[in-house]
Design a protein around this ligand. Structure first.
Ligand SMILES: [Zn+2]
Length: 323
């Protein structure tokens, strides 16, 4: 379902743009003509993925190659409908491919947009591609193109809806990052990751699941994960632990994780986190003992002795108050 929605998003954005640019005139527009532009626009929208798997992926998703990729489509369109200038048809398919495929991919996942000038894969991580809040309005808009005399108005409206929704997601992501940093202040090296709630492609997401972020806080000593609703609401933490030994924060293909000393590395659940005499402390436990950690010189160090007892009492009381 997610993959279906992903492909559909590329097709619908590109098809809408081709209709808006090439088929504006309602005097010449027939159902057959609209169908042709929707199909050819949809093909432009998926071309990089058709040509792209494996080693040419980087080439097919390069913004510099887009004007060349669309040439066969431009030529076919010109044979079918001769009333448009070649340059206009070419520009419209190139625009459809760049916005409908490359920009959409960039909003969702890593893509080497400027290959071969830069091999760096970049992503805004704003959308999980396949989001029904994007493709459903577009699908309705493209269907209406066949029946409504106000088809251009309808297409503009759905594109504006999609644009506003994407803009709201950008604002929400910035807010969520600030929220997570304030909820979980940590070491200076700690990484804060906010990405669209992901699906494992087997389990279906219900429409409201798409309106939330997944967050990860990855520190040398800590891992915290959870979710935050897109539009208001508080953070739900589902995993929050501290490791007694330092790990290495690693980034592989833009996925950040903490590499510990071994796979069986021990960790403790964080129960409470607070400041006491301007010092940052954590109360943690495993099934048998309670531990206290302090953030000293940008490192989490275990606290023992009398101070530990005092802090356990202090934080346990706070914890009871909270409940
Ligand atoms: Zn792609």
């Amino acid at each position: 379902m997610v993959l279906f929605g992903h492909v559909l998003t590329h097709m619908l954005v590109s098809a809408s743009l081709v209709i808006l640019i090439l088929d504006r005139n309602s005097n010449t527009s027939t159902i057959r003509r609209r169908l042709f532009f929707i199909i050819s626009g949809s093909i432009a929208g998926v071309l990089p993925d058709i040509l792209g798997p494996g080693t040419v992926y980087t080439w097919s998703h390069s913004i510099f190659l887009s004007p060349i990729l669309v040439i066969p489509l431009v030529l076919v369109s010109r044979i079918v409908y001769k009333d448009k200038s070649l340059i206009r048809v070419w520009l419209s398919f190139t625009t459809a491919l760049i916005i409908g495929h490359l920009l959409v991919d960039y909003l969702g996942h890593e893509v080497a947009l400027f290959f071969p000038l830069s091999k760096m894969e970049i992503s805004a991580s704003i959308l999980l591609l396949g989001d029904p809040w994007i493709w459903l309005p577009l699908a309705v808009g493209v269907l209406i193109v066949f029946i409504s005399p106000k088809r251009l108005l309808v297409l503009y409206t759905v594109l504006i809806i999609v644009f506003v929704y994407t803009g709201l997601r950008v604002c929400s992501k910035v807010n969520t990052e600030a929220l997570i940093k304030s909820l979980h202040p940590d070491q200076s090296s700690t990484q804060y990751v906010v990405i669209p709630r992901t699906s494992n492609l087997i389990e279906e997401l219900n429409p409201l699941d798409w309106l939330s972020w997944s967050f990860e806080v990855i520190g040398e000593y800590r891992v915290i994960t959870g979710s935050v609703p897109l539009f208001g609401g508080s953070a739900n933490t589902n995993f929050n632990v501290i490791f007694p030994h330092v790990g290495i924060i690693t980034n592989v293909n833009n996925i950040v994780y903490r590499k510990g000393s071994s796979n069986t590395e021990q960790y403790f659940s964080v129960n409470y986190e607070t400041y006491y005499n301007q010092q940052h402390y954590i109360l943690a436990n495993d099934s048998t003992h309670e531990l206290v950690f302090a953030l000293l010189d940008d490192k989490w160090i275990e606290v023992n002795g009398q101070l530990k007892e005092t802090l356990i009492t202090y934080m346990s009381m706070k914890l009871i108050d909270k409940r």
